[in-house]
Design a binder for this molecule. Structure first.
Ligand SMILES: *[C@@H]1O[C@H](CO)[C@@H](O)[C@H](O)[C@H]1NC(C)=O
Ligand SMILES: *[C@@H]1O[C@H](CO)[C@@H](O)[C@H](O)[C@H]1NC(C)=O
Length: 170
């Protein structure tokens, strides 16, 4: 028992570190500590174009409540509550929905989370955000969004988010 412990630990570390590397690049994760920062949602006036593609293997339609948040490494965050609208056929299987969202001006967007609540389920394919100060970024989901959790990607400290621009902006 005692002898296997260190090697188990190593194995665990190995799995953990290799997973942290690859999964932060490709797989969405729940973020239980993610918080909407309400203090400056209405400050600034930048406009973003958000394109959400729904997977062709999603439910035919969804009545779930769907919200979105994204931002940069410096605390500037955009929050778009309740994008869902079944009457406009939003988020139906195989559909592409485009929104213009206003919010604070951000540097390079390096995280994006979706929040879903309801019983129909929803499987987005990808979310693409473009804006004036940020390079266009696409977050590839291709997976069912679990209920009642912020679920997505955070590359802010990982180095994927590109960075010479945003760093020199500090
Ligand atoms: C979750 O979101 C917070 C910001 O609200 C961030 O500081 C933290 O790094 C995120 N966690 C993960 C695992 O990305
Ligand atoms: C919300 O944003 C403001 C301005 O960037 C920042 O000072 C504050 O710490 C943020 N609050 C939280 C809870 O992240």
């Amino acid at each position: 028992m005692m002898k296997t412990l260190p090697s188990l630990l190593l194995l665990f570390l190995f799995i953990f570190t290799s997973e942290a590397k690859s999964s932060s690049l490709s797989l969405p994760q729940p973020n239980l500590s993610f918080k909407i920062n309400a203090t400056h949602q209405n400050q600034g006036s930048c406009s973003y174009t958000v394109t959400i593609k729904t997977s062709c293997s999603s439910t035919k339609y969804t009545r779930d409540q769907i919200s979105l948040s994204f931002g940069d490494a410096y605390g500037y965050q955009v929050y778009a509550p309740r994008l869902d609208d079944p009457s406009s056929r939003a988020f139906e299987k195989c559909s592409t929905d485009t929104y213009t969202i206003n919010g604070p001006c951000t540097y390079q967007i390096c995280y994006l989370y979706l929040y879903r609540s309801g019983y129909d389920g929803w499987k987005p394919d990808s979310v693409t955000v473009s804006g004036y100060y940020t390079r266009t970024v696409t977050f590839k989901y291709n997976t069912w969004i679990p209920g009642d959790a912020w679920y997505g990607f955070n590359y802010c400290n990982g180095g994927v988010s590109s960075d010479s621009d945003s760093k020199s902006a500090m």
